[in-house]
Design a protein around this ligand. Structure first.
Ligand SMILES: *Cc1c(COP(=O)(O)O)cnc(C)c1O
Length: 393
């Protein structure tokens, strides 16, 4: 019987414990398992290779994306590392250009050293993807909505282009979560998550996941997971399983709060520009409508102010916490130019549109009226920049 999303979130991979009847998946805190005979491996043998709490999580994560296979990692970066490790020296990757800063860093500063080549393009236009493909292109890396500008890429069209050239498509689905967007159903081959964010959702664990329907890719990724060893322990797996049970419920409220915050900012005269895929004036809003059920809870905006005034604004907010990360019950915000995207070279940063007055909000689950009141007091005292001064900056 195939259950619907909220049922799968609570039941997939989590039958009542066979030994004790515990209704919650136990934390099997052990590094190794007794074997019945030397060299005969039924079930679990060593906890890097697998353990029951992780298996429960992996089955659950696969279930969320409606997929056959899930693999859990110790971080989102470890999950990205596993997917990139499918490649060989001389292979080429086409990637979304305004992507998560850590993904940019591992592509350009780690994998580039091993002879893997990257071309970063504006994937919001599928024609750019097509034009960037070379004979040695093996992977298309998409992040949508992107970080921090919430640009939307058409997953179905881009993965169709990739498939035509026998290129694997991987989508970082961290921002949307499987509640809002299911890339495998749109034609992608691999989904990556930082479970640190919405899937766990409570800012108390670092984790990652890779999900696929492709048996061959799964076997290779599973081999890499064990060979590299960036795996989560039982406590972390338990926490993610605990968080995931309320994912559907949380995302609905996250989206409702974010929609109201975006509308509020749009109407504010100290705000120059709002980035939120749910606003009708956004590029690719129609694509967002087609491939997402709602538009998520990350809202970015540009203050009508220079860098100093933007920094002053960040100090004024009281309820919103200035922090890296996103996707938590608690509302967080950051200044991408000096925080999440500080590792991206300044000229690259500006060329992709990450200005010094950009603020990224991760709208949490507090009462949205309190969130807006806090923005209101912060913005009310934000002075506009005299244009001559801005010209100097
Ligand atoms: C946070 C994040 C990552 C990295 O995940 P970690 O769990 O921090 O290693 C990757 N992609 C996106 C979109 C993220 O937000």
């Amino acid at each position: 019987m195939s259950y619907r999303f909220d049922t799968r979130a609570i039941h997939a991979g989590q039958p009542d414990d066979a030994v004790t009847g515990a209704v919650t998946t136990p934390i099997y805190q052990t590094s190794t398992f007794r074997q019945t005979e030397p060299g005969v491996n039924k079930g679990f043998c060593y906890a890097r290779t697998g353990h029951p709490t992780r298996s429960a999580l992996e089955e659950n994560l696969a279930g969320l994306e409606g997929a056959r296979h899930g693999l859990a990692f110790s971080s989102g970066m470890a999950a990205i590392h596993a997917v990139l490790s499918l490649l060989r020296q001389g292979d080429h990757v086409v990637s979304t250009q305004d992507l998560y800063g850590g993904a940019w860093r591992i592509f350009t500063k780690v994998f580039a050293r091993f002879g893997i080549e990257f071309t970063f393009v504006d994937t919001t236009s599928p024609a750019n993807v097509e034009a960037a493909i070379r004979p040695n292109t093996k992977l298309l890396w998409l992040e949508t909505p992107s970080n921090p500008l919430l640009h939307v890429t058409d997953i179905a069209r881009c993965s169709a282009i990739a498939r035509g050239s026998r290129i694997t498509t991987a989508v970082d689905n961290t921002f949307a979560t499987p509640v809002l967007q299911q890339p495998l159903l749109l034609g992608a081959d691999i989904v990556v998550h930082s479970t640190t964010k919405y899937i766990n959702g409570h800012s108390d664990v670092i984790g990652g996941a890779v999900i696929t329907n492709d048996d061959g890719l799964y076997e290779e990724l599973k081999f890499l997971q064990n060979a590299v060893g960036a795996v989560p322990g039982p406590q972390d797996c338990y926490l993610v399983l605990r968080g995931v049970k309320t994912l559907g419920l949380r995302i609905e409220r996250h989206c409702s709060n974010a929609e109201l915050v975006a509308k509020y900012l749009l109407a504010h005269d100290r705000v120059r520009r709002v980035y939120y895929p749910g606003l009708v004036d956004q590029p690719n809003h129609a694509v967002a409508r087609r491939q997402m059920t709602r538009f998520g809870a990350i809202v970015s905006f540009e203050l009508d102010a220079g860098i100093d005034e933007t920094r002053a604004f960040t100090r004024r907010l009281q309820l919103w916490t200035l922090a890296e990360s996103l996707g938590s019950v608690k509302s967080l915000f950051c200044h991408p130019a000096t925080m999440t995207h500080a590792s991206v070279e300044p000229d690259v940063r500006r060329s992709v549109g990450i200005s010094d007055s950009l603020i990224r909000l991760s709208v949490g689950l507090e009462d949205v009226r309190d969130l807006i009141d806090d923005l209101e007091q912060g913005l009310a005292r934000t002075a506009g920049v005299p244009h001559s001064e801005e010209a100097v900056a």
